[in-house]
Design a protein around this ligand. Structure first.
Ligand SMILES: C[S@@+](CC[C@H](N)C(=O)[O-])C[C@H]1O[C@@H](n2cnc3c(N)ncnc32)[C@H](O)[C@@H]1O
Length: 266
């Protein structure tokens, strides 16, 4: 029996309009498409483009650890590829950004000698940079998964922008179809952030538009008031830099970037 293959694609954040031409071609030409998308329009588009398509959503069960659901998704994909099918797996956003199963599928496929590749897609932070007019080149930008940020006490520079993903599900590793209520965990996040920012520091709750006719949710808040704002499973938290970093004279000199008066020659 010939070996199958796996191509993992992203469908973007804004329904259908952010699917790349490359991803669309793989979806169209696959023997089987397995998908996990965040809106019904994308699901409908996939099913219209390839009649042999099925959702991976069924692996989520109320209260079940998400990791167990992800393992079940990986198993389903690997079973199809091992049986010789040319499988296309579609995840919303960029398929390799904050998506455990996609990387695990690639790892398992390589282990089993099955051809596997991942194509880039449009992620939530790509939309955030556009909607908030933020260029990460300006002050730098750190990005963390919110629970990971808290439990590992991640080190970051508050003079750079900070993006926290999955802030609405912080500290909860299970699936909850009806939404998450984790104000105690948000309070823990605020306590941590207060070590680095003033209480009235501006933050933005960001949700990129999921449909072409909709606006993004860009809700301004202060750090200490964050707890009273609605955070959902698709909320991303953006925290502004605290101030300008001062260039190091020593390093400027090393790089030959110091002007005569000692100021940075940039
Ligand atoms: C499992 S990750 C998936 C990310 C996705 N693969 C991507 O490329 O953007 C889910 C997290 O992505 C972010 N996210 C997903 N959809 C979003 C949206 N419409 N607006 C802002 N952030 C979003 C949120 O932080 C959410 O908790």
């Amino acid at each position: 029996m010939s070996k199958g293959s796996v191509t993992i694609v992203g469908t973007g954040i804004k329904a259908v309009s952010q699917i790349t031409l490359e991803a669309a071609r793989y979806i169209e030409q696959a023997d089987l498409v397995l998908y996990l998308v965040a809106d019904p329009l994308s699901a409908e588009w996939i099913c219209q483009t390839n009649s042999n398509a099925a959702s991976l959503q069924k692996h989520y069960k109320e209260g079940r650890p998400r990791l167990a659901s992800y393992q079940a998704m990986v198993d389903e994909v690997m079973q199809a590829a091992t049986s010789g099918a040319k499988v296309c797996v579609a995840f919303y956003g960029h398929p390799g950004i904050f998506v455990y199963p996609s990387h695990e599928i690639i790892r398992r496929a390589k282990e089993d000698g099955i051809a596997a590749q991942m194509l880039a897609g449009i992620s939530a932070d790509a939309c955030l940079f556009a909607d908030l007019g933020l260029d990460p080149a300006r002050y730098g930008c750190a990005s963390f998964e919110a629970t990971d940020f808290l439990i590992h006490e991640r080190i970051f520079d508050s003079r750079s922008a900070l993006i926290l993903w999955q802030v609405g599900v912080i500290g909860d590793l299970t699936f909850k179809g009806g939404g998450y209520n984790n104000s105690t965990n948000i309070a823990a996040l605020i306590t941590r952030l207060k070590l680095h920012y003033p209480l009235d520091h501006p933050v933005i709750i960001y949700e990129a538009a999921q449909y072409p006719i909709c606006d993004p949710r860009i809700e301004h808040a202060q750090l200490d008031g964050l707890i009273s704002h609605k955070l959902t499973a698709i909320s991303t938290l953006y925290i502004r830099p605290t101030g300008r970093a001062v260039a190091s004279r020593t390093v400027l000199k090393q790089l030959g970037m110091e002007s005569r008066d000692g100021s940075p020659n940039i």
